[in-house]
Design a protein around this ligand. Structure first.
Ligand SMILES: O=C(O)CCC(=O)C(=O)O
Length: 338
């Protein structure tokens, strides 16, 4: 049975989140909601090569580490991957972060963003499922903005790990009243690359520069320090992970350092990640943050996130209110799929 929208976070769950910076909640989403996300991810993946925002980081990493090969991102133009290749190759500490896997199969590490802007099913889950109330409750937020969704898919036998990183400096926000909800669309365990978290790292009191996904190399444009090389000595850190099923979610604090292994199994590991900000968060045009897709706001540093780019998803004006549908008019999605 799914957790009801009315269910609150228990005291034990809240204490675990505050202490560890991460918590797994079981049966939060219905199978219908999971299917909405699967449908959206399938659409994003079908556009790989033709979409401006979809990337295969597995292929890109191969091109980065092969000096003789140029970088081919198809029509994706969100990142200057040629410049990233140069940056990684000039970083003496950088090295391929690959899972050992003897299989002859080729993997795929698919990455895309902002499906909510064109897919009502994603909006339904992001805005109108049990998640906003849970996130607001964990953050003790008076109201909650949705920041963005990101898709992370690892096909069977994907070698590429997700380099350990901290999310805050990727976002144009000031303040740490923010959580990331990692939503598995397949059963996930260490075998196929479930996410891993450095327990308690949200309390280290340090902001780390974003890295370039396939290596720990930090974005040069960020003034923040480099994330510790967790992959080099994982035994030095209190790394936790948990096997999850579709319907479960893992929620981490924006300062929690996390990463993921490759997928050495025969099963897919599809996942979508939602980011939510509480009322204390302010806009900050942060140096080194990744430019968001499709934003039209003119917020200035210090502003509240009052913009249609950051829908207020909690509280609801009345029970049963469906915010997802209210956004159809903005993006022309009238497919009625969800
Ligand atoms: O799924 C992954 O490999 C990475 C997920 C992640 O970094 C996130 O959700 O913030």
């Amino acid at each position: 049975m799914s957790r009801s929208v009315r269910d609150r976070i228990s005291d034990a769950e809240q204490s675990a989140f505050d202490r560890d910076g991460v918590i797994c909640l079981r049966n939060v989403l219905t199978m219908d909601e999971v299917d909405h996300l699967r449908h959206a991810v399938a659409g994003q993946m079908s556009r790989l090569g033709h979409s401006p925002t979809g990337y295969d980081f597995e292929a890109l990493a191969g091109q980065v580490w092969d000096q003789g090969r140029s970088v081919d991102t198809g029509e994706a133009d969100r990142f200057d991957m040629q410049a990233m290749k140069a940056l990684i190759r000039s970083d003496a500490a950088a090295r391929p972060l690959l899972e050992a896997d003897p299989s002859a199969e080729t993997g795929l590490f698919f990455y895309d963003v902002a499906a909510w802007r064109h897919d009502r099913g994603v909006r339904k889950v992001a805005f109108d499922s049990a998640l906003p109330q849970i996130a607001a409750s964990l953050l003790d937020a008076r109201y909650l903005n949705f920041w963005e969704d990101t898709t992370f898919v690892k096909a069977p036998h994907t070698r590429q790990k997700t380099a350990f990183h901290q999310d805050l400096a990727y976002f144009q926000i000031e303040g740490d009243q923010c959580v990331i909800v990692w939503i598995p669309l397949d059963a996930a365990s260490l075998d196929n690359g479930v996410t891993q978290y450095v327990r308690g790292s949200h309390k280290w009191g340090q902001v780390f520069a974003p890295n370039v996904f396939v290596s720990q190399t930090p974005f040069q444009s960020s003034p923040e320090g480099r994330c510790p090389d967790i992959e080099l000595a994982p035994e030095d850190y209190d790394i936790v992970s948990v096997a999850v099923e579709p319907g479960d979610v893992i929620i981490h604090h924006v300062m929690t350092v996390h990463g993921a292994g490759g997928n050495r199994s025969d099963t897919w590991r599809r996942a979508v990640s939602f980011r939510y900000c509480g009322d204390q968060v302010r806009y900050l045009d942060r140096k080194g943050a990744i430019a968001q897709v499709g934003v039209t706001h003119d917020l200035s540093d210090g502003d509240r996130l009052f913009s249609a780019d950051y829908p207020i998803v909690w509280p609801k004006p009345w029970p049963g209110f469906c915010l997802a549908e209210a956004f159809d008019v903005l993006d022309g999605d009238r497919t009625g799929k969800a």
